[in-house]
Design a binder for this molecule. Structure first.
Ligand SMILES: Nc1nc2c(c(=O)[nH]1)N[C@H]1C(S)=C(S)[C@@H](COP(=O)(O)OP(=O)(O)OC[C@H]3O[C@@H](n4cnc5c(=O)[nH]c(N)nc54)[C@H](O)[C@@H]3O)O[C@H]1N2
Ligand SMILES: Nc1nc2c(c(=O)[nH]1)N[C@H]1C(S)=C(S)[C@@H](COP(=O)(O)OP(=O)(O)OC[C@H]3O[C@@H](n4cnc5c(=O)[nH]c(N)nc54)[C@H](O)[C@@H]3O)O[C@H]1N2
Ligand code: SF4
Ligand SMILES: [Mo]
Length: 789
């Protein structure tokens, strides 16, 4: 059916009761003037505008994209598409970067590939010769294909030998990976989206799923509107659409997650809501967990979090008495100072109740970006491919054999470098060559004034590959035009391990090229080769890269070895592991309660959750985990920055349903951009009254790093908290002008969700703030009352 996903974000309901399949509903959109008869072909793929990874088909006419429709048979969306899926692709057909750019006399000028690539390679060769591979860093994305990531992983780790590789996944899902490693020994999502279809309780921890995975929320709504709705608990300082449907909403102060989590675990233990035989057979650490949470009573947490103790008790009871509980955990937890500890407590709640590995009982530590998962598993970021342990010589040897290189080439002598450290090294110049692909750090990193200084300085040569000119390309030395999404072929893996194949639908514009081709040309020009002089990488096509990745993943938790492009074309999404004994894929991990904590299996020996200090191999061995999961937590600590007299409010940042990140795509889609065209900030009514701020008045928000100005929306946010969407990258409006340089000690994920700020009114507005009224940003009072004449 033709859909309007701007006004009706989640579309019509198709309710169903527990255990019955989620009904199909196919959403379709064709641009004005085009009918189904005009479409030359429908090309299969998956949406690339969030980690849900909805299966779809691209309508093509005369070599151009003219529409989208969902794939009814796809396990992820059963045909549905959200606002970004339906309309976001249009942004890929305007204002594209069509030629390389090179900086001359301080200005970026158009050039040809030969000149641009020669400049990149010349700079790279000179540095490799004078300083070696540690002078090189690659900062990539959660939006490329696994073929592209794996190709770059091999170039960086087998060809050059640099440990300085990370993705913007550090800002996004590093904590999901870290929490899995700490609890289960290895990265890998235990649950399945299908668990939502049969659960009787859903917990959403810091996850505004209604706006950020809108089709997943449609799936939840279809259960909530049926005869046997699950009970829902929402932990979020804002009254989101999720909160409006919650049995219990805990609008905690931002930055206090761990206090709440320790209290929830305390309650489970105090009431004996525990599956003792599961805990005994499949976990270690119970006594320690009990000790650390002993004093974390609901009253104690209520004081810190600023919510009634009674509500914390209610939430714990819901978790404790549910039969089939699903939890999701997202940026409200991950982008915080005790991110890994808080997220591990979500895992712990499930372990205590034996609540995983069976239908309806699952953990979904969320990913945000469409292929964040692939960056993590391919080893393109700060990890080795296939969730291998850099601290395990056998794992390194396996890779050395696969790649036919000396194990010493593979950087494994120290922990791989995270993005925070990469930018620090680029700041001081020990990294003199930084290649940024598929990310826009001049808007998305914290403390932007500093990031701009780093990228524009002479101490580091910066290469950027992107499909558009962005705030980051403008600071680069060389800019390379990249093909986007349906302009190339390759695979993406979503939150619940579902792999999709995107098939090329249209040609890239102008001289733009796919990232795999760009990286491969760089490697060829450098002459990277293995022990026998064979080229690294040893492949050219996407499908050959996929085959190489399959070989690297074989026998590992993320095993793709039996998966083929043909199968993905035929059925849509398939969940890894996909092996010769599980050709259709695998719905859930850990169904037998055996985890990846064995010394030969684990991806990491773990860390102290307070300090991030690594656990030694000896200490890890001594615990004799042998496949049992690890229950651990630490006491709550205050965030890096608490409000004080000068900065009395708590800033948090996040997303709106209609925009994607730094808006390179969504601001070029008319429907999406019109729905959320420019910056605003959200204030609680009590704070607005005190500050003399009315709806739409222009306010200045100031932190110790900088300040921004925008119209105020008086919304249903917790008193004392200010919310800023971070999509609007202009230096006068970018939320990251305000955020601080600080991160979780285990996952190294930056703290985007807490900073102390002051707000002042600087002018009257000329109408309500340009914020959507049908989302978490809804005004407290109907806007008609605030419109001025
Ligand atoms: N429309 C849209 N969808 C997207 C994206 C997008 O840009 N636009 N981006 C995608 C990506 S990459 C990601 S990572 C995901 C992110 O998806 P989400 O994690 O859902 O997104 P956020 O808005 O960053 O944060 C979620 C919620 O955390 C709450 N929060 C803030 N501080 C705290 C806190 O201290 N504790 C708790 N418990 N909650 C807090 C915020 O109020 C917010 O509602 O979305 C993906 N989907
Ligand atoms: N304050 C605050 N800051 C945040 C967050 C927050 O919640 N609050 N969230 C963080 C999170 S979770 C994330 S994921 C990051 C995201 O931050 P970014 O990754 O910086 O945001 P995007 O706008 O998605 O940037 C992706 C860039 O890649 C380009 N691109 C897209 N596809 C391709 C491709 O195939 N090839 C190439 N070469 N380029 C491509 C796009 O045009 C775009 O410029 O931001 C983080 N920053
Ligand atoms: S939910 Fe995510 S993957 Fe699905 S259509 Fe929306 S943006 Fe695309
Ligand atoms: Mo993200």
């Amino acid at each position: 059916m033709t859909a309007d996903r701007i006004a009706d974000i989640w579309g019509p309901r198709t309710p169903h009761t527990s255990g019955s399949p989620w009904p199909e509903r196919v959403d379709q959109f064709l641009v004005e003037g085009v009918s189904e008869d005009d479409v030359d072909k429908w090309v299969r793929g998956a949406c690339l505008l969030c980690s849900n990874g909805c299966g779809l088909e691209v309508a093509v006419r005369d070599g151009k994209m003219v529409g989208m429709r969902g794939r009814a048979e796809d396990r992820v969306n059963h045909g549905r598409l959200g606002p970004k899926g339906l309309y976001g692709w249009q942004g890929e057909q305007h204002d594209r970067l069509t030629a390389p750019l090179i900086r001359k006399d301080g200005k970026l000028r158009e050039t040809d590939w030969e000149t641009a690539m020669a400049a990149v390679v010349e700079e790279s060769e000179a540095l490799l010769e004078s300083k070696g591979p540690l002078s090189h860093a690659f900062y990539t994305s959660g939006q490329l294909m696994i073929e592209e990531y794996y190709t770059l992983a091999v170039i960086g780790k087998a060809g050059l030998g640099t440990p300085h590789m990370d993705g913007n996944t550090r800002l996004c899902t590093a904590t999901a990976a870290a929490a899995f490693e700490e609890t289960f020994g290895s990265d890998g999502q235990p649950g399945s989206y299908r668990d939502i279809d049969s659960c009787d309780v859903v917990f959403l921890f810091g996850h505004n799923v209604a706006e950020t995975q809108s089709v997943l929320w449609a799936r939840m709504l279809d259960r909530l509107d049926a005869a046997d709705p699950p009970r829902l608990v929402c932990v979020d300082p804002r009254r989101t659409k999720v909160a409006e449907r919650a049995t219990v909403h805990l609008p905690i102060r931002n930055g206090t997650n761990l206090a709440l989590m320790n209290a929830l675990v305390h309650e489970l233990i105090a009431h004996g809501w525990i599956d003792r035989s599961y805990v005994h057979a499949h976990t270690v650490g119970f006594d320690e967990l009990r000790k650390v949470t002993e004093d974390a009573t609901p009253e104690w947490a209520a004081e810190i979090c600023g919510v009634p103790a009674e509500d914390i008790r209610k939430a714990a009871e819901i978790f404790g008495t549910g039969q089939r509980v699903v939890s999701t955990c997202s940026m409200g937890f991950y982008q915080s100072h005790q991110a890994t500890a808080s997220s591990c407590q979500v895992n712990n709640l499930h372990l205590l109740r034996g609540m995983l590995g069976r239908p309806g009982a699952g953990i979904l530590q969320m990913n945000g970006q469409p292929s964040a998962e692939n960056n993590r598993e391919s080893g393109c970021g700060a990890a080795l491919p296939g969730f291998r342990n850099w601290d395990n010589p056998d794992h390194v040897r396996e890779l050395a054999e696969l790649w036919n290189v000396d194990p010493l080439v593979i950087p494994h002598w120290s922990p791989p470098t995270d993005a925070n450290a990469i930018f620090r090294y680029a700041e001081e110049g020990s990294v003199g060559f930084l290649w940024i692909a598929g990310t826009n750090p001049a808007v998305s990193m914290p403390d932007l004034a500093r990031i701009r200084r780093i990228l524009s300085g002479d101490q580091c040569f910066v290469v950027v590959s992107d499909g558009y000119r962005t705030e980051t390309t403008e600071l680069a030395d060389v800019v390379l035009p990249a093909a986007l999404w349906a302009e190339k072929t390759g695979t993406y893996t979503n939150v619940d391990r579902t792999v999709h194949l995107q098939e090329q639908a249209v040609d890239p514009p102008g001289q733009a090229r796919g990232d795999q081709a760009i990286f491969t040309e760089y490697a060829r020009r450098l002459g990277l080769s293995d022990k026998d002089g064979q080229p690294i990488p040893a492949w050219e096509s996407a499908e050959d890269a996929f085959e190489a990745w399959k070989a690297a993943s074989k026998g590992r938790p993320c095993d793709y070895s039996a998966l083929t492009y043909q199968q993905l074309h035929d059925v849509g999404g398939v969940q890894w592991p996909c092996t010769s004994t599980a050709r259709e894929g695998t719905e859930r991990l850990y169904t037998d309660g055996t985890f990846k904590t064995g010394i030969d299996d684990c991806e990491s020996f773990g860390h102290d959750l307070s300090t991030g200090a690594p656990v030694s191999e000896t200490a890890y061995r001594a615990r004799r985990l042998d496949g049992r999961a690890i229950l651990k937590t630490v006491p709550y600590e205050h965030p890096f920055e608490e409000p004080d007299e000068d900065y009395p409010l708590r800033l948090t940042t996040g997303r709106t349903v209609y925009q994607w990140h730094t808006r390179t795509k969504t601001r070029r889609s008319r429907q999406l951009n019109d729905a959320a065209p420019s910056m605003w900030v959200e204030l609680a009514e009590a704070d607005a009254l005190r500050l003399g701020v009315g709806e739409g008045d222009i306010v200045r928000v100031t932190s110790r790093r900088g300040s921004i100005e925008a119209p105020a929306r008086i919304s249903h946010i917790r008193e004392g908290v200010v919310f800023a969407p971070w999509h609007y990258g202009d230096t006068t409006t970018a939320a990251n002008e305000l955020t601080l340089t600080g991160w979780d000690p285990v996952s190294a994920q930056p703290e985007f969700k807490v900073a102390a700020v002051a707000v002042t009114r600087i002018a009257a507005g000329d109408g309500p703030a340009p914020a959507p009224a049908n989302t978490a940003s809804a005004p407290v009072h109907p806007l008609a009352e605030t419109v001025r004449d």
